[in-house]
Design a protein around this ligand. Structure first.
Ligand code: GLY
Ligand code: MN
Ligand code: MN
Length: 462
């Protein structure tokens, strides 16, 4: 955990912003894989971690602003539990480390909330993403679990989102730790990738490093020679010379802060000339995107500049034609770059997305576009100091999308379909880094991972 003061100050700020009422925090429970005692790796809710730091299942907590009370609710282990799980630091002891000196059995939460509601005072909670947690709220609040999110507090959600958006030095240090493990994962991958081995051999190697040097993966690794499939989670392919492999992976630190890095590597260790041409457009867009990051700039504009960069590169190669501004305004670049330039990073790999991107990525100054490609931009708002973003441009040749657009004769004034079709089978390229918004600009987090053609080919020489 962070020092006690961190949690005390976070809760104090939140209470001051909300002013009055009861804030209810629902922690996560174990999640069964195939039967109750065989669970997925436990992950505490990030907002619960942020304010209370206690990293175990079966907890909830309240801040009663009016009564100036903070309580963590949960059941201490019985001797019968200890037989299976061993003796552990108690909930009361862990809560005290977060500056909460009141711990009560879980059964008492129901009465506490009902008593509060009976006084006619407001209870605030954030949107829920797990049905079991919505069912807990149904019990405490009497609202049908399927409608719980209709009653979550927008005010609370926005205050927490703003507080969590700007990272403190100790949070940045955690993301740096994760990024440093990412460096080791990519160094090992670059030394291991070769023709004739299966994707799973490298995916397994780097997952092992994430666990042995960090706190495991921050999301399931994408490791595939089918890089044009944006979120491909199978590792079944035998890697062949001439192919490229996209590796998109991340690590959690001990305090659950994530890294999220992507590199695209030639299986043989050397890019072909054709691959280099596309690769250099993506790397250049990544580098320009990082340089463009600074407080006060709207991230939607950084995304649109990246789209123009990609469009210019593809125009030079004859895949696109016409005026660059018009290409991007029409969304023709999205045939190749159909996702957003990046997203927030923090306790969640897509930080705060459980609050709804409408509440965190957009506001009354910038609306989410409905245009294909731009609609996948998860964050469009103005950047603030202390925010951490990913910068992850990509170029993909997705056969089904190319065929569909051509059949529809879509944007033929901008797309040279005859040339584009010669790239079917090329795959895809993505290059992703993690960037801190500093007072004056941006700073790359973690030890720099080989990225240019020369750097990657040197790292892969074996
Ligand atoms: N790992 C998915 C992403 O980069 O957003
Ligand atoms: Mn990623
Ligand atoms: Mn990402």
């Amino acid at each position: 955990m962070f020092p006690t003061k961190t949690y005390v100050e976070r809760r104090k700020y939140l209470s001051e912003q909300i002013g009055s009422g009861l804030i209810l925090f629902i922690g996560n429970d174990e999640s069964p894989m195939n039967y109750a005692d065989n669970a997925y790796r436990f992950r505490q809710d990030s907002t619960f971690l942020y304010y209370f730091g206690v990293d175990q299942p079966g907890l909830s907590a309240i801040i009663d602003i009016d009564a100036k009370k903070e309580i963590v609710f949960g059941d201490e282990l019985t001797v019968e539990d200890i037989v299976w799980m061993g003796a552990q630091t108690t909930i009361a002891e862990k809560a005290a480390l977060a500056g909460v000196n009141d711990a009560k059995p879980l059964a008492e939460l129901d009465d506490y909330v009902k008593g509060f509601i009976a006084k006619g005072k407001p209870v605030y909670f954030i949107p829920q993403y797990r049905t079991d947690n919505s069912l807990k709220l149904e019990k405490y609040l009497g609202i049908k679990h399927s409608r719980i999110n209709d009653y979550s507090s927008l005010k609370l959600t926005k205050v927490i989102a703003a507080q969590r958006t700007s990272k403190s030095a100790e949070e940045i240090a955690e993301i740096e730790k994760s990024s440093t493990v990412s460096y080791e994962m990519y160094a090992a991958a670059m030394q291991t990738i070769r023709p004739g081995i299966y994707e799973r051999e490298v995916a397994g190697l780097i997952e092992g490093i994430a666990l042995s040097k960090g706190n495991g993966l921050s999301f399931p690794t994408i490791f595939s020679v089918r890089g044009e499939i944006l979120h491909n989670h199978s590792y079944d392919n035998l890697m062949e010379a001439g192919q490229m492999v996209v590796c998109d992976s991340g690590v959690e630190s001990d305090l659950h802060y994530a890294s999220d890095i992507t590199r695209t590597m030639p299986v043989s260790g050397k890019f072909t000339d054709r691959q280099k041409e596309i690769y250099n457009i993506v790397v250049n867009t990544n580098q320009e995107g990082i340089k463009a990051v600074k407080p006060g700039i709207q991230f939607k504009q950084v995304h649109l500049s990246a789209a123009k960069n990609i469009a210019s590169g593809l125009k030079e190669l004859g895949l696109l034609k016409g005026n660059i501004d018009e290409i991007v305004a029409a969304g023709a670049h999205a045939l190749f770059f159909p996702h957003g330039l990046g997203h927030m990073l923090g306790l969640d790999v897509h930080d705060l997305e459980n609050f709804g991107e409408k509440n965190t990525g957009y506001d009354n100054t910038v609306e989410r576009s409905e245009q294909f490609g731009l609609d996948a931009l998860r964050f469009g708002k103005t950047l603030v100091t202390g925010q951490v973003m990913t910068i992850e441009p990509g170029i993909y040749f997705i056969p089904q999308l190319i065929n569909k657009w051509e059949k529809e004769q879509k944007l033929t004034q901008f797309v040279n379909y005859e040339k584009v079709k010669t790239y079917i089978g090329f795959g895809g390229i993505r290059v992703e880094d993690n960037v801190l918004v500093t007072k004056s600009g941006s700073r790359l987090l973690g030890k720099p991972i080989p990225k240019t053609v020369e750097e990657i080919e040197t790292a892969m020489a074996h």
